[in-house]
Design a protein around this ligand. Structure first.
Ligand code: SF4
Ligand code: SF4
Length: 87
């Protein structure tokens, strides 16, 4: 399977964002920074989708592909645990 080349412009964040910063903290690639209280995506994405899955407001989407899709997280690996790994 080929690598998915995900770039910053593939992500969009809607107005439901509450500026919690979780997306930035769960990203293993440090690909998301908070600027003016909003997440900004860069071009070092590893396509893990943790940001999309762990956003508490489901505010992050990949292109137009995820808007009406459920989010999935591991029952024993919540955002807090991930944030601990990547700090
Ligand atoms: S996790 Fe969601 S609500 Fe929190 S800053 Fe990121 S996009 Fe906004
Ligand atoms: S998909 Fe994964 S690597 Fe890419 S920005 Fe989101 S959390 Fe970071």
């Amino acid at each position: 399977m080929g690598k998915i080349n995900t770039v910053s412009s593939d992500f969009n964040v809607n107005d439901d964002c509450i500026s919690c910063g979780i997306c930035s903290k769960v990203c293993p690639a440090k690909n998301i920074t908070m600027e003016n209280n909003k997440p900004v995506f860069h071009n070092d994405c590893e396509s893990c989708l943790a940001c999309i899955q762990h956003c508490p407001r489901q505010a992050i989407n990949y292109k137009d592909k995820t808007q009406n899709r459920r989010r999935y997280t591991h029952p024993e690996v919540g955002a807090k645990k991930l944030m601990g790994y990547y700090k």
